[in-house]
Design a protein around this ligand. Structure first.
Ligand SMILES: [Mg+2]
Length: 140
């Protein structure tokens, strides 16, 4: 098999008619990035990423197609989830917590997973709307 000139291939990919997603996938292959592998082999990383994937799927089922959300709507949703994560940590950490039922390690994990899943949704949304060249166009 003939070796690939990676720089030449990258330039061809950038100028091709492929979608942004296809270009990214091919560039990752050329960079020899393990696309499906997590960043480390800690079993907790696998577990955490599985939880985020499951939550992302749950959100898709719950809310349906949200591809029309503006960036402001996405950031607002993320802010709400982050606020709930902060509340879970506060209600766990402060001895004078007003709503200790909203705290606990399970609540912290649940809210952190929801924050991560919304962040994934934002990444998906930006990828969908990213133009091939130039400044992103987004009706905020
Ligand atoms: Mg939440």
């Amino acid at each position: 098999m003939r070796p690939i000139d990676a720089d030449f291939a990258k330039e061809r990919i950038k100028k091709s008619d492929l979608t942004s997603r296809e270009k990214i996938a091919l560039l990752l292959i050329l960079e020899d990035v393990p696309i499906l592998a997590p960043p480390c082999n800690d079993p907790l990383t696998h577990h955490a990423l599985d939880m985020v994937r499951g939550e992302r799927e749950r959100q898709c089922t719950l809310w349906g197609d949200q591809s029309g959300n503006s960036l402001f709507e996405w950031v607002s949703i993320l802010g709400e989830e982050y606020g709930e994560l902060c509340e879970a940590v506060n209600e766990t950490s402060f001895s004078n917590a007003a709503h200790p039922d909203r705290g606990g390690f399970e609540a912290i994990i649940k809210e952190a997973v929801q924050v991560a899943a919304v962040a994934v949704a934002i990444i998906e949304a930006v990828h969908r709307r990213r133009p091939e060249e130039g400044t992103p166009s987004w009706n905020c």
